[in-house]
Ligand binder design. Structure first.
Ligand SMILES: [Zn+2]
Ligand SMILES: [Zn+2]
Length: 120
């Protein structure tokens, strides 16, 4: 029985043994008290909130990156490549020289906009 919505809980098919409430997503491990179940739920909500925040930031960052790259390419007349910085997790840029047909002929170093780290 779920301590929050008082509906019967269902045993998960897979091990380890867990009981789930279909109404509010609370779960119980055998022997859990209602307080334990509440604690699981709060930990789970906390984890989901952290995940949401992380995904949200990354999505915003990707969006900003794309805008910056488009501006750089149009103002410099050069192709820009990006990749993640291994040092700070920021975005690294490099310019790509191209010939008349748009084929790459040369590459600059990657420079991180976050920490200034350079990589070949
Ligand atoms: Zn419930
Ligand atoms: Zn960096």
């Amino acid at each position: 029985m779920c301590p929050s919505c008082h509906t019967p809980m269902h045993r998960a098919a897979a091990l380890p043994e867990r009981w789930y409430c279909r109404t509010c997503t609370r779960y119980a491990i055998p022997g859990d008290s209602p307080e334990d179940i509440e604690r699981h739920q709060q930990e789970r909500e906390h984890a989901i909130a952290l995940l949401d925040a992380a995904l949200g930031e990354r999505a915003t960052q990707r969006d900003a990156d794309r805008r910056i790259v488009n501006e750089m390419e149009s103002s410099m007349g050069q192709l820009i490549q990006t990749r993640g910085c291994g040092k700070c997790g920021g975005t690294m840029y490099r310019t790509v020289e191209t010939d008349d047909q748009g084929n790459p002929t040369g590459y600059s170093m990657y420079i991180c906009q976050g920490c200034g780290h350079m990589e070949g």
